[in-house]
Unconditional design. Structure first.
Length: 339
């Protein structure tokens, strides 16, 4: 069965990625309403046709309008995109639940695993909105918001249980600079997006300590190995981790100075405390700082070894000195590469 390609789309959350993805949808021909938490952000988008707080200097198209009123944004929406930080998704969605159009698909842009429940974002959405997994989709991949806002060529993944929904959203978001692929492995795609933030923190810490590309490549490669192990335990398709939502996003995030996670790790490696590193982020969220704990707990629950994730958790939350991280990792028992 074909799912209708949505024309009117509400994007809830007007931060970096919410705004950039709203622009993608508008450039793909949708009528997009971007919903900001703060009135001044919505007003700035309306009056200046840009979002100076999150994407300064990026012109936004006329078929992208903004409001701070979720009811106005959601009225008549044929698809709803959720673009808020992962640890805030539950509370935000609870406040929007009664306004959600009854049949509209719900699309997650968030990359994280919820603290406490250890749920992936699509699971949180199904639970809070009271909808089946067939109405939920995920957009993920090597998608640094600023590069996409500047229309640099990028591929992405639309993952959904329902192949017709994935196809409809793929059509709804394809532009000359943004090429989404479909994928039915929602579990693997979401794990790839959440876990790479933690490995990017590790790469940032290594960079802050003055280590070079061998260390970064080691963390990326062994990071991918531990992400894939968790994926296997949770029933993901192993191929996903070799794709855009796995290796692709891992490489982009671990390598880019635009990554909030890598940048945050760099501050820790350079000697900042967690509080100082958070303050320097000016309200921008490095998702891995919280997800390192939920992912570690998820791995422990499933008997999966994730030593890099464990070390990042210990640096962020248990006082392990960044410099001691290398000896903690290299001092582990010797083993075969594929074991
Ligand atoms: N920025 C990127 O390059 C990028 C790319 C892909 C995915 N993502 C993911 O998308 C999600 C959103 O990221 P973003 O870059 O748009 O974040 P951001 O920090 O730039 O913006 C967050 C938005 O959520 C709103 N919000 C609502 N409740 C909030 C709360 N309690 N605390 C903080 N903000 C709250 C903010 O007002 C803001 O509009 C994250 O899960 C992130 O990992 C980001
Ligand atoms: O800036 P980061 O570290 O949250 O990463 C942004 C995106 O997830 C990259 O795909």
């Amino acid at each position: 069965m074909n799912a209708p390609v949505p024309h009117r789309v509400a994007v809830l959350g007007a931060g970096s990625w919410g705004t950039a993805f709203a622009k993608v949808l508008a450039d793909a021909g949708r009528e997009v309403v971007l919903c900001a938490r703060r009135t001044e952000v919505a007003e700035a988008v309306t009056t200046s046709r840009s979002n100076p707080d999150y994407l300064p200097g990026v012109p936004l198209p006329a078929n992208l309008t903004a409001t701070a009123d979720p009811e106005a944004a959601l009225r008549g929406a044929e698809a709803v995109v959720l673009a808020v930080p992962s640890q805030t998704l539950r509370a935000n969605l609870e406040s929007w639940r009664s306004l959600l159009p009854p049949a509209a698909p719900l699309v997650s842009l968030a990359k994280g695993v919820e603290l406490g429940s250890l749920k992936r974002m699509s699971e949180v959405i199904s639970e809070v909105a009271g909808v089946g997994g067939d109405r939920v989709a995920v957009v993920t991949g090597p998608n640094l918001a600023k590069e996409i806002a500047d229309e640099q060529p990028t591929a992405s993944v639309v993952a959904a249980e329902d192949p017709a929904l994935a196809l409809a959203l793929q059509r709804a978001s394809s532009t000359g600079y943004f090429r989404p692929y479909t994928n039915s492995d929602v579990v693997g795609c979401e794990l790839g997006g959440a876990c790479k933030n933690v490995i990017a923190l590790a790469c940032g810490i290594a960079g802050g300590l003055g280590f070079g590309e061998n260390t970064a490549a080691t963390l990326i490669t062994r990071g991918l190995a531990e992400i894939a192990r968790l994926g296997a335990a949770l029933g993901a398709d192993p191929q996903t981790f070799a794709g855009l939502a796995g290796m692709g996003d891992l490489v982009a995030t671990c390598s880019s100075p635009l990554s909030r996670n890598r940048t945050f790790g760099g501050r820790l490696g350079g000697g900042a405390t967690l509080t100082e590193a958070t303050a320097a982020g000016n309200g921008q969220v490095a998702e891995g700082v919280k997800s390192c704990s939920s992912i570690r707990e998820l791995a422990m629950r499933h008997g999966v070894e994730m030593p890099i994730t464990d070390a990042v958790h210990r640096v962020c939350h248990e006082g392990l000195a960044p410099r001691a991280m290398a000896s903690a990792l290299l001092g582990r028992a010797r083993k075969a590469e594929w074991s």
